[in-house]
Ligand binder design. Structure first.
Ligand SMILES: *Cc1c(COP(=O)(O)O)cnc(C)c1O
Length: 372
């Protein structure tokens, strides 16, 4: 058997038909740029996240960059973020001219609020919590810190569309929040896409201008910016997928529960806090002999991934300027492994993965696990 980490091909007939129809509708009306689907998607996303406004953009990276720009963050400012994220988080901050300052994580892979507070100084303008693996950060503590020092929160919710904390959706905690909707993400387009959400009218208007070369009326630039508009075609695809989003999240959650039940005696499996609903963008285990396990899985046709082998401050582009120490982050980069999880994974595939991992650690599958 071969188990892909992710398979983006669409084989289901009904799903294909619906997507092709949605695309054809765009071909028919011809509003390829900022067509009606974009506006509809923005309305749906805002409502779903429990915020007033959403602005569709062309990637998660640009969503975060523009979110920071909308708060006037730039040269001379510092922005505190986690050490553990896809490098896009650091790049978006740095490209505004601000300096990213990296905090260590907690055992649950998310930024440690205690570490945030140690890094705050008079230059600190924002905190960018990343809801890593689709688990919302400890927003109560982070909000307390942000309020205490009068600093803005800008959520990097790229991995956490649909995740909740205390019943509130990811994206609703920041002054402005950024999502990626790229093909790998939980809510995924068939190409690059992103969305920014906010409750503030003035920020919303600014974002609308920032998304198109800083022009509120498409004529005169009020700000210096770039072209970051979302394609109508991607919006049409996303609208179609929005219909099944919650179903797919439930499916991921069930798949995660299944892995956890059958692996938790051998490796450290993810834990969900009582007040949270994680969406499992990735399913990360912490394990011994990680690289050997990964090799063994690969030999048996199972794809796994290391998200991410390098902490952001350890990338070549950041090494010089980012002194610091992140012991929990380091532990993560050496022992974490992402197992295949997505809305098309089958029980058979999961069983195969579980069996391989159990075999690797030389333990027998308990014979009583097969309830079905
Ligand atoms: C995917 C991702 C991004 C970047 O999104 P793109 O759409 O790929 O530009 C930013 N931050 C995090 C945490 C991500 O996982």
């Amino acid at each position: 058997m071969r188990v892909r980490f992710l398979n983006l091909s669409i084989k289901d007939e009904k799903e294909r038909k619906n997507l092709l129809e949605a695309i054809d509708k765009v071909f028919q009306h011809g509003q390829i740029v900022l067509g009606p689907e974009v506006e509809e998607l923005e309305e749906k996303v805002a409502e779903y996240c429990g915020v007033k406004y959403a602005v569709g953009v062309n990637s998660g990276t640009d969503a975060l960059y523009l979110a920071l720009k909308s708060l006037d963050i730039g040269p001379g400012d510092e922005v505190i973020t986690t050490c553990l994220s896809w490098i896009a988080t650091a790049n978006a901050i740095t490209l505004t001219g601000a300096r990213p300052v990296f905090a260590d994580i907690k055992e649950n892979f998310n930024i440690n609020p205690e570490e945030i507070e140690k890094l705050i100084n008079s230059k600190t303008k924002a905190i960018v919590p990343v809801h890593f693996t689709g688990k919302v950060c400890d927003m109560t503590s982070i909000k307390d810190i942000a309020d205490k020092y009068n600093i803005a929160i800008v959520e990097d919710a790229a991995q956490a569309f649909g995740a909740t904390y205390g019943g509130e959706k990811a994206g609703s905690f920041g002054k402005v929040s950024a999502f990626s909707l790229n093909p790998m993400k939980v809510f995924a387009a068939c190409g690059e896409a992103g969305v920014i959400v906010t409750d503030q009218r003035d920020i919303y208007e600014r974002l609308n201008a920032l998304r198109y070369n800083g022009t509120p009326d498409k004529t005169e630039a009020h700000y210096i910016s770039l072209n970051a508009r979302i394609d109508t075609l991607q919006a049409a695809i996303l609208l179609q997928r929005f219909k099944t989003l919650d179903e797919w999240i439930d499916y991921r959650r069930e798949a995660a529960e299944y892995y956890t039940a059958l692996l938790t005696d051998l490796v450290q499996t993810p834990r969900e806090d009582k007040n949270c609903r994680d969406v499992f963008y990735t399913y990360n285990i912490l394990c011994e002999k990680r690289d050997e396990l990964r090799e063994f899985l690969s030999e048996n046709g199972i794809e796994s991934k290391i998200h991410h082998p390098l902490l952001m401050p350890m990338h070549l582009a950041y090494k010089e300027e980012s002194p610091g120490c992140w012991p929990t982050g380091i532990k993560f980069t050496t022992s974490s492994l992402c197992l295949p999880i997505h809305e098309r994974i089958t029980k058979e595939e999961q069983d195969y993965v579980i069996k391989a991992i159990r075999y690797f650690y030389k333990k027998e599958v308990r014979s009583d696990h097969n309830e079905e």
